[in-house]
Design a protein around this ligand. Structure first.
Ligand code: GLO
Ligand code: MG
Length: 357
């Protein structure tokens, strides 16, 4: 078990590296309507990334190498190296690669948990290729968003078997590359009705089932915790307590709706504050963990205003970090000692609003 870093003393502000993925600058298509903006080239996304003050990008395997199922290993390697050069030219790093296992006809019924053994094999092979791409990009981390691992009707799959199928797939990835770290990104629903690894607790439990738990961690996404009816800061704390929180996808979500990926803090500032607080107080980022912003721009945005969600989310993180550092800890501790939680509530809200006293 990893040791628990102490609370950061007030005033000592951590430094963070920020990232997002190419999918976070999109064309605005949704299930009910077509694209409303033009595609933006990868090199331009990288330029924007750097210009906005981010330090790295996240990739799906086929963001780096489009249509990779039709390409040879040599061709995949060549194209991935081109992306690496683009990154270097832009002064950026690759945080992680994630196998996009939810597009292929092979993964209609799930990837690692498909009822068809050939499809399960496809998913594992594709994940190994994603690791090879990660190596070419200089990323040491593979992220598994388990998009279709679950069911639309409960009786179509055996839930116990599903868990062990995912474990076996992760073990195959760990064996493929003794250096790679695997992070599980849980989400309770969408696109499947009922995900088999819906929360951070499930993800941490699954990590311990694998052949090398030290190399298996988790990524908490704000919106996914909220969709599970949980508090994202508490989910981050749970991951931190297990030494397993190795990445985050900050965004926001207005309750139990579709997965919104709103700008960080845009629905609930206090909830966002508590996320920044738990990261800052427990030394997140000091061992190289990244702060990812998995935010989506509103469909209404015009072409030339299609990155404001990234700019705003990063600025929000920094503003809330200042609020974390300037919180009066002694006053807070005193109110906790007195069990005067109404006063604590008022103090925190006034602190967030910038009202003195
Ligand atoms: C969707 C997920 C998705 C992943 C991405 C990287 O709900 O949040 O954006 O983070 O595919 O794995
Ligand atoms: Mg995400």
């Amino acid at each position: 078990m990893d040791s628990q870093p102490a609370y950061t003393p007030p005033g000592a502000k951590g430094e963070y590296r920020f990232s997002f993925g190419p999918w976070n600058i999109d064309e605005g298509a949704d299930p009910f309507g077509p694209p409303v903006r033009q595609p933006v080239a990868m090199a331009e996304k990288m330029r924007v990334c750097r210009e906005l003050g981010f330090h790295g990008m996240q990739f799906h395997d086929d963001d780096a190498v489009p249509e990779l199922d039709t390409k040879s290993a040599a061709e995949i390697g060549r194209q991935a190296r081109q992306v690496r050069r683009l990154l270097e030219d832009a002064g950026l790093e690759a945080e992680f690669v994630a196998p996009r296992l939810w597009f292929s006809p092979c993964t209609i019924d799930g990837a690692y948990t498909s009822n068809d053994p050939q499809c399960r094999q496809y998913a594992v092979d594709r994940s190994r290729t994603a690791i090879d791409i990660a190596n070419e990009l200089g990323a040491r981390t593979l992220v598994l968003w388990l998009a279709r691992e679950g069911s639309y009707i409960r009786e179509s799959k055996n839930p116990r078997v599903e868990v062990l199928q995912i474990r076996d797939a992760i073990d195959a990835m760990l064996a493929h590359d003794p250096q790679i770290t695997i992070l599980i990104e849980p989400k309770p629903n969408e696109p499947v009705d009922s995900a088999i690894i819906p929360t951070i607790g499930h993800a941490v439990g699954l990590a311990y089932l694998t052949a090398d738990p030290a190399r298996v961690g988790c990524l908490v996404e704000t919106a996914h915790s909220i969709l599970a009816g949980l508090d994202p800061a508490d989910d981050m704390a749970y991951g931190l307590a297990h030494g397993k929180l190795r990445s985050v996808h900050l965004n926001d979500q207005g309750g139990l709706k579709f997965d919104q990926d709103k700008s960080f803090g845009s629905y609930n500032l206090r909830r966002a504050f508590n996320q920044v607080r738990v990261l800052e107080e427990y030394g997140y980022g000091r061992n190289g963990e990244w702060v990812g912003l998995d935010v989506k721009v509103m469909r209404t945005q015009k072409q030339d205003a299609n990155t404001k969600h990234l700019r705003n989310s990063l600025a929000m993180f920094k503003a809330l970090l200042d609020k974390v550092v300037s919180l009066d800890r002694e006053r807070e501790a005193e109110l906790i000692r007195e069990r005067d939680y109404e006063e604590l509530d008022r103090y925190l809200l006034h602190h967030l609003l910038g009202i003195a006293g």
